[in-house]
Write a protein that binds this ligand. Structure first.
Ligand SMILES: [Zn+2]
Length: 216
């Protein structure tokens, strides 16, 4: 059973989403502040970290070293650090707001460059491509979610927020309350659309490598 507060938040979100849809943009900053940070910080950080982890397992430690995999997982989680902007009054729809600049492809390249600058042992085309993919995967995954504002994927070229045409992953309406019915729906949605395919990729690649080793 949804609380009055929850229904109110839903009505507000629907109103803003429909306005955003009609305008082809996003709500003005003062209204977007009414969203709580949990509205759009889903998928969870662990789900973001799973994408590069699964890729690293599938590629094998000979191609992606564990330390590079770990750096990729951190890069995949880092963009959600922008939720700290809510504490400092930075509006959701601002360039530096949640899902703004830190979620862009340009910032993914900057973050990758920063890692490569300080870690000589991670330099190399394979590692660089993996780290760039890991950092960029965050914004791309957020684009598949069903709520909140879109992602400023092409910042600083443009400030527009974008969603993918297909958005199967539910966002949680209430921070970290996973024990609520809608929290469970979010968790199940992430399990279905991210954890399950990643699990299949990891187990499939491990089984394939094992069978190839046995044949050799
Ligand atoms: Zn995010």
């Amino acid at each position: 059973m949804q609380t009055g507060k929850g229904q109110c938040a839903d009505r507000l979100r629907n109103r803003l989403n429909s306005r955003q849809h009609k305008a082809g943009g996003y709500p003005p900053p003062d209204e977007s502040r009414l969203f709580r940070k949990g509205d759009a910080s889903m998928p969870t950080v662990m789900t973001h970290a799973l994408i590069p982890a699964a890729l690293a397992v599938a590629a094998g430690r000979n191609r992606i070293a564990p330390r590079v995999a770990l750096a990729g997982m951190l890069l995949a989680m880092l963009p959600d650090a922008d939720v700290i902007g809510f504490r400092f009054g930075i509006a959701y729809a601002d360039d530096w707001g949640h899902r703004g600049a830190l979620h862009s492809l340009a910032m993914a390249a900057v973050m990758t460059g920063a890692v490569l600058a300080v870690r000589r042992d991670m330099r190399g085309w394979g590692s660089a491509a993996f780290l760039l993919f890991a950092a960029a995967s965050h914004g791309l995954l957020d684009m598949l979610t069903s709520g909140g504002l879109g992602v400023a994927l092409f910042w600083p070229v443009e400030s527009a927020r974008h969603f993918a045409p297909w958005r199967p992953i539910r966002v949680s309406p209430i921070g970290m309350r996973f024990l609520s019915p809608r929290g469970w729906e979010t968790a199940l949605s992430e399990l279905r659309w991210v954890w399950l395919p990643c699990g299949i990729l990891m187990l499939g690649s491990l089984a394939l490598r094992r069978s190839l080793r046995m044949k050799a």
